[in-house]
Ligand binder design. Structure first.
Ligand SMILES: Cc1cc2nc3c(=O)[nH]c(=O)nc-3n(C[C@H](O)[C@H](O)[C@H](O)COP(=O)(O)O)c2cc1C
Length: 361
């Protein structure tokens, strides 16, 4: 495949989040269950994401874990030593909990950005814990939480991620954004849906732009339905925003950040990896998860990543059906061997293949 023709440079400025320069202003979204250490390493290897984010952590359980067991959430594994810039996201509805964990993240973990989740629509977080997007019905409370966390983080920038509101009848994003700005946050990400939509319908980028116009100095990052590098550039340049964030598409195409960065530099878009390269990537990712989580847990985790990678490839449906049921490394490798399109070198794994995967014999 050849690279696409050069485009005109998009002339976008880096996104400045307190002392952190996010260049390019294209962010990897936090995704619970996905944006773990291994996935972040894959994204970093491709390059092009100006800021990476962890999965969200629950502040209350982080405090309990530390007090009762002297441990930190598993999701913070690797965070201390990982390259920067890196944002850690947390959720709760109690300013004391969030301030305590924010201080820990800023001081002891030295993270670049502490991010607050006010967008999660999942029942466990909303109805059961009155957190995440549930808090969008109380803009003043969101402001108070942000103020307390900003104080506690003492110079480490604090950011927030919201949706447009809880439901169509409760579209509070503008008021919430203004409270977040007054409270001293350094950036705001807006996912252009209300929580009641979960992922249905289309993200409303005009509503995101309206939020941006309603604040005076707060940088605003838009998020929702970016499905290609071209869309990322169009969203960034067409709505007066300071940055864009990509979530689901980057699970299928972690190279989307590098492609977007190239377009923003006015360079041709790097081609999609060939099927052979994608095959190598799945094995590489599998190796990273096995090293990080052990072979058993790594194999279970890799099932969903393999499903994401298969998006758009021939035979994807059958591959997904089989890979999502594997229980062992042998089974995983067997399905890869049988199905993954474009795998070079016949039907057997070579020693060279296997030597790349932790725990494979
Ligand atoms: C599996 C999954 C997990 C997610 N977990 C989080 C999370 O932990 N924190 C958060 O702020 N958003 C989370 N999101 C929402 C995404 O960050 C993003 O806002 C949303 O997917 C819209 O962007 P997209 O259209 O590019 O996917 C999650 C989304 C998905 C699909």
């Amino acid at each position: 495949m050849v690279a696409s023709a050069p485009v005109t440079p998009a002339a976008t400025a880096p996104l400045v989040i307190g002392p952190v320069v996010v260049d390019p202003p294209v962010l990897q979204a936090p995704m619970a269950g996905y944006t773990n250490f291994a996935y972040r390493q894959v994204v970093r290897e491709f390059g092009g994401a100006g800021l990476l984010a962890t999965e969200m952590i629950a502040a209350r359980s982080a405090i309990w874990l530390e007090t009762a067991r002297g441990e930190h959430p598993d999701r913070l594994w690797g965070v201390r030593d990982e390259p920067r810039p890196l944002a850690v996201q947390m959720w709760d509805n109690d300013p004391d909990n969030l301030a305590a964990v924010g201080r820990r993240l800023a001081k002891d973990f030295g993270v670049s950005v502490v991010d607050l989740n006010f967008g999660c629509p999942v029942r466990q977080v909303t109805v059961k814990a009155h957190s995440g997007s549930w808090l969008l019905r109380e803009p003043a409370r969101v402001g108070e939480i942000v103020r307390r966390v900003v104080e506690a983080c003492d110079g480490t920038p604090v950011t927030a991620k919201i949706r447009l509101g809880c439901a169509d009848t409760c579209r509070t994003a503008i008021e919430v954004a203004q409270r977040i700005e007054e409270a001293g946050a350094s950036c705001l990400t807006v996912h252009g849906r209300v929580a009641a939509q979960f992922f249905s319908g289309r993200a409303d980028w005009e509503a995101i732009a309206e939020v941006k116009r309603s604040v005076s100095r707060l940088p605003v990052v838009g998020n929702g339905d970016i499905d290609s590098a071209e869309t990322a550039v169009a969203r960034l340049t067409g709505h007066g925003l300071d940055g864009v964030m990509i979530a689901r598409e980057s699970l299928a195409k972690p190279w989307i950040f590098a492609q977007t960065a190239a377009l923003l530099r006015g360079e041709p878009k790097p081609p999609e990896p060939t099927p052979e390269e994608q095959y190598e990537l799945v094995l590489h990712h599998y190796d990273l998860v096995c090293r990080r989580f052990g072979v058993d847990r790594g194999t279970m985790l890799m099932r969903k990543f393999a499903c994401s990678y298969a998006q758009g490839l021939p035979g994807a449906r059958e591959f997904r059906g089989r890979v999502s049921r594997v229980l062992t490394q042998d089974e995983f490798l067997g399905v890869m061997r049988a199905h993954f399109p474009g795998r070079p070198g016949g039907s057997e794994f070579s020693q060279a293949d296997l030597s790349k995967i932790a725990g494979a014999v």
